[in-house]
Design a protein around this ligand. Structure first.
Ligand SMILES: Cc1cc2nc3c(=O)[nH]c(=O)nc-3n(C[C@H](O)[C@H](O)[C@H](O)COP(=O)(O)OP(=O)(O)OC[C@H]3O[C@@H](n4cnc5c(N)ncnc54)[C@H](O)[C@@H]3O)c2cc1C
Length: 314
C-alpha cells in the first residue's frame, strides 16, 4: 500500500486550485464517516483539472473523482492517491431550451436555475443531494423520472485526457446504470433538453418534493439515501423486504437501519465506515435467509477495503 505524500513527490503540482494533504473525507460525504484522502484537490476550473490530471498521470498517482459524496461510503482507511473535488466546475449556460451545466454543480441548484428560467424537466431531482456529474454517473432517479430522460449529451474527458462529446443514446442507459460506469472517464458537463414551463408551477412541484423528502426522513441523519437498489423481480421494494425481516432499528456500533425507512441506513452515532459496511452485510444476509433475494447495494464502497464485512475500526 502506497501512501502518497507531497514531500515525496519531488516536484510541485502546478495548479491554481487548492491542494491539501491528509484531507478527512467525512467532511465531504453525506455518511459523514471514513478516513482521509492522501491528497485532495479542488481544481479552479476545467483547464486546471486537465492540468492536474496530466501531472498525476506523469507521476503515476491514482485519482478518484468526488462529486457531492452522497452515494459513497469511504473506507476508514481512506483513499490512496488523490481525491479530486469537482465543486468548482459549476458553470451554467442556456441556449434556447438546452441547459449546459458543469459536472460539479449541485443537481438541486441546476433544477432551481432551470425553474427560475421557466424551464421544465429537472424538477424531479430538486433537493436530491449530489452533483450533476454524480447524477449522470449513477443515472439518478426519483419521483417517477431519471436523469437520462432529460439528458441530451455530456462532455467527458476520456482516458487520454481528451474532451469527447457523448450524445445520449437510450440503449446505453438502464435502471441505475450509465455508460460512464463502463469506461474510464470524467464527466465535465451535461446538456439537458428542457421544455417551456411556468416558473411558479415548477417551484410549487419542487417545494412539494422537498417537503416529501423531509417527511420521509431523508435529512434526519447522515446517510447515503437508499442503501440498496430496488429489484422488480423481488416483488417488493428493498425497504419493505428489510422491514418485513424485522430489521428496522437494528444497530451495529453507531450505524443503524433507520426507524423510519428500512432502506435508509444511517450514521446515527459517530459510526465508522466499517460498522456501516457490516450493517449492510447483516441486512443482506438476513433478507437473503428470509426471502432468497440478495439485495444489491446502491451505495458505493470506495477507498481501501479489505474483505466485505470486516469492520476496519477493529
Ligand atoms: C438524503 C439522500 C437522498 C438521496 N435520494 C436519492 C434519490 O432519490 N435517487 C437517487 O438516485 N439517489 C439518491 N441519493 C443518492 C445520491 O444523491 C445520488 O446517487 C447522487 O447522484 C450522487 O451524486 P454525487 O455527486 O454525490 O456522487 P458521489 O457520491 O460523489 O459519487 C458517486 C460516483 O460517481 C462518480 N462521479 C461523481 N462525479 C463524477 C464526474 N464528474 N465524473 C465521473 N465520475 C463521477 C464518483 O467517482 C462515484 O463513483 C440520495 C442520497 C442522500 C444522501
Amino acid at each position: 500500500m502506497i501512501v502518497y505524500k507531497l514531500i515525496n513527490l519531488n516536484r510541485k503540482i502546478n495548479i491554481r486550485g487548492i491542494i491539501r494533504e491528509e484531507e478527512p473525507l467525512n467532511k465531504h460525504t453525506s455518511f459523514r464517516c471514513g478516513g482521509c484522502a492522501d491528497l485532495f484537490a479542488v481544481p479552479a476550473d476545467e483547464e486546471d483539472l486537465i492540468q492536474l490530471l496530466r501531472e498525476l498521470k506523469e507521476m503515476n498517482i491514482p485519482w478518484f473523482i468526488l462529486g457531492g459524496g452522497a452515494n459513497v461510503l469511504v473506507s476508514d482507511k481512506g483513499i490512496r492517491g488523490m481525491v479530486i473535488s469537482m465543486e468548482n466546475l459549476d458553470d451554467v449556460s442556456l441556449k434556447e431550451h438546452v441547459l449546459t451545466v458543469g459536472a460539479g454543480m449541485a443537481v438541486s441548484d441546476a433544477a432551481a436555475y432551470a425553474a427560475d428560467q421557466g424551464l421544465e424537466g429537472l424538477e424531479f431531482i430538486y433537493a436530491m443531494p449530489g452533483s450533476v456529474g454524480g447524477a449522470l454517473w449513477m443515472n439518478a432517479r426519483c419521483y417517477d423520472s431519471e436523469i437520462a430522460v432529460v439528458l441530451r449529451g455530456a462532455t467527458i474527458l476520456n482516458a487520454e485526457l481528451n474532451k469527447e462529446y457523448i450524445p445520449f443514446r437510450e440503449e446505453d442507459w438502464e435502471y441505475k446504470k450509465s455508460p460512464f460506469q463502463n469506461r474510464n472517464c470524467i464527466i465535465l458537463s451535461a446538456e439537458f433538453s428542457l421544455k417551456q414551463g411556468k416558473s411558479e408551477d415548477l417551484w410549487t412541484r419542487m417545494l412539494e418534493i422537498r417537503r416529501d423528502r423531509d417527511e420521509k426522513g431523508h435529512f434526519r441523519a447522515p446517510c447515503g439515501g437508499s442503501t440498496f437498489k430496488n429489484n422488480r423481480a423481488f416483488g417488493a421494494p428493498s425497504g419493505k423486504l428489510i422491514e418485513e425481516a424485522g430489521l428496522k432499528g437494528t444497530r451495529i456500533g453507531g450505524a443503524a437501519v433507520s426507524e423510519w425507512h428500512g432502506n435508509i441506513l444511517i450514521n446515527e452515532n459517530d459510526a465508522t465506515a466499517g460498522e456501516i459496511s457490516d450493517l449492510i452485510k447483516l441486512v443482506q444476509d438476513k433478507v437473503y435467509r428470509q426471502t432468497g433475494f440478495l439485495l444489491e447495494p446502491e451505495v458505493l464502497k470506495v477507498g481501501e477495503w479489505e474483505e466485505d464485512g470486516d469492520a476496519e475500526s477493529d
